[in-house]
Structure formats: structure tokens, C-alpha cells
Design a protein around this ligand. Sequence first.
Ligand SMILES: [Zn+2]
Length: 136
Amino acid sequence: MLKNKKSKNGSSTIKTNQIKIFLGLISYFIILIGVFIILLWLFSDIWLVWLVILMGIIVFSIILLVNWHRQNFTYKCEFCEYEFRISFLLDLLSPHGPNRKGGWKYLKCPKCNKRSKVAVIKNSTNISRIDHNLTG
Ligand SMILES: [Zn+2]
């Protein structure tokens, strides 16, 4: 891990934003499930229709979210500091989690081919056109 004190402000902004996004998503899904329960209670004879609609909305939301995440965040290799983007499927399926710097994702660096928990960083304009189509 790199001990970089310079990016402290930027990292804390990302962390705050991630908490806001996370809380927003939680409330979104709570509202969605609340509406579903009300509909289920009012029109309980067609519960399967509501269930299918709910599943559809959740799947659609996840697809939108992953696509948004893919477009707005890049990843930085901790070995060579190379910044890269990943494909939709890889973004959806690769293991990830939070840390003190904001977040990590377990990926293979396209430059040095080392697997590591790469740092999740906010997309900057100068690398927004780079799009590596990695398969894992
Ligand atoms: Zn690397």
C-alpha cells in the first residue's frame, strides 16, 4: 500500500460521496419494497405480477448503477500506479469493498498484469477516453 498524504482531501470527498450514494440507494430500495408491500396488500391476488415487476426494477437499477459506476470511476494499480477502466461485467462481478481511502476492487492490472486490490478513484477528464476491455 502506498502512503500518500497528498490526496487526503480528494479521498475524503470520494468517501463522503460514497456514503451519500450508499444512503440514497438504501432509501431507494426501502421505498421500492414499501411500495411493493402496499401493492401486494391492496391487490394480493396478482402478487406474481408485482413480484416480477419488482425484480425487473431491481435488476434494471443494478444495471444502471453498475454502468454509472463504470463510467465515473477508474482504478489505480498499487504496483505501477497505472490508471485504467474495466468492462461492465467485470465491474459487476469482481470482488470489491470499502476501505479508509474510499474503496478497493480486486483486479488484474492491464499494464503489469499483477492482481491486487486496486484503489477506486473518481474519473478524471484526461483518462476518460481510455477504455480497456478486460476479461479478468
Ligand atoms: Zn500495474
